[in-house]
Every structure is written in structure tokens, then in C-alpha cells.
Design a binder for this molecule. Structure first.
Ligand SMILES: [Fe+2]
Length: 182
């Protein structure tokens, strides 16, 4: 499955603009992390792009979240079992094992934190947002409460400090600033 096919699939299943922005943010960060770890950015990017594919269908049945995606993806044998494992790991339906699992697990809530942080920034631009201000937001437990700090902190499983991880995540999101509109 190439990126275009995956993106088309996402647009068929997900109509909410905010959710599409979340999904492409996770994709961009996954690509950035893959480059950092000398892994395949296409493969890691696809995991990011497809991780919430069944979100709209399972919003009221979270226990089915990612299981429906797994079913749909059987039509695409090039999506290998490790990729499906990572997609399921982000929703805690399987235990994180690989670097790719931990990457998607920590990235998912991080994009939410960065999005909330940039919207609070006077410039509303990722280019102007600094890592230290994201770290400050991270410590403020009342800020963007949905962005699970315990999951973000699992970046240590990637051998990264919070600061290193936030730097890479911000870098990834900045690469699609135009698409995100901030
Ligand atoms: Fe997500």
C-alpha cells in the first residue's frame, strides 16, 4: 500500500477535519522518528496514517478500536503483522514490544499536546513554538488533560529524553505546517 492509497482510505473512513489533522500529525512524527532510528519512514508513516482508521466506527465501542482496522487491512497483505501490531498497541489492545510500537504509543498523545500548545501560542505557528514551552505545558497537568502524560513519557522506551522526543515530534509536525494550517 502506498501513501496515496492509505490517505484515500483515511479520507473515506474519516470525515472530521480535526481527526484528519491528528492522523497526518501522527504520520509526520512517525516518519521523523523512523529517520532518526534509521528505520523505513514509509512503513512507520503508514502506521501513523492508519492507526485511527476505524475511529469513527468505534467511537462508541472503544473495545473494538483497531480491531476493525485489522480486519480491513487484511485486504492489503503488504501491511505486515508488525505494522498491525503497532496499530493495536497504540490503543493498548496488545502490549508494546517493538520500537515502532513504543513510537506510535508515545506519539499519539504528543501530537495532541503540541496542537494544544501551538493554539495557545500568540503566533499560532509551529515555527514559533519552542520545545521548552511544550515541556512547560507537559508539566502543567491541567493543560490539555486528554494528552496522557504517562503515555508520552514512554518515549524513554525509545531511549529518548522528553526534550529529545519533543524536539523530534515538533520537527515532524513542522514539516506539514502548511497542511495543518498552523
Ligand atoms: Fe490517534
Amino acid at each position: 500500500m502506498d501513501r496515496d492509497t492509505a490517505y484515500q482510505l483515511v479520507c473515506e473512513k474519516i470525515t472530521q477535519d480535526n481527526l484528519i489533522k491528528h492522523i497526518i500529525s501522527v504520520e509526520a512524527v512517525m516518519r521523523r522518528l523512523a529517520t532518526q532510528f534509521r528505520e523505513d519512514p514509509e512503513r512507520w508513516g503508514l502506521v501513523g496514517l492508519l492507526h485511527d482508521l476505524d475511529y469513527a466506527e468505534t467511537v462508541d465501542t472503544p473495545e473494538r478500536h483497531t480491531f476493525l482496522t485489522k480486519e480491513w487491512l487484511t485486504a492489503y497483505p503488504e501491511i505486515d503483522p508488525d505494522m498491525v501490531h503497532a496499530i493495536q498497541a497504540h490503543a493498548e489492545h496488545v502490549v508494546c514490544q517493538s520500537q515502532m510500537d513504543w513510537a506510535i504509543y508515545a506519539t499519539d498523545p504528543t501530537t495532541g499536546l503540541i496542537t494544544a500548545a501551538v493554539l495557545m501560542h500568540p503566533s499560532k505557528k509551529l515555527e514559533q513554538l519552542e520545545v521548552k514551552s511544550i515541556l512547560k505545558r507537559f508539566k502543567d497537568k491541567r493543560f490539555a488533560v486528554g494528552a496522557r502524560r504517562d503515555a508520552i513519557a514512554k518515549c524513554d522506551q525509545l531511549g529518548l529524553t522528553l526534550e529529545e522526543f519533543m524536539t523530534l515530534a515538533l520537527d515532524g509536525m513542522r514539516s506539514i505546517a502548511v497542511e495543518l494550517g498552523f
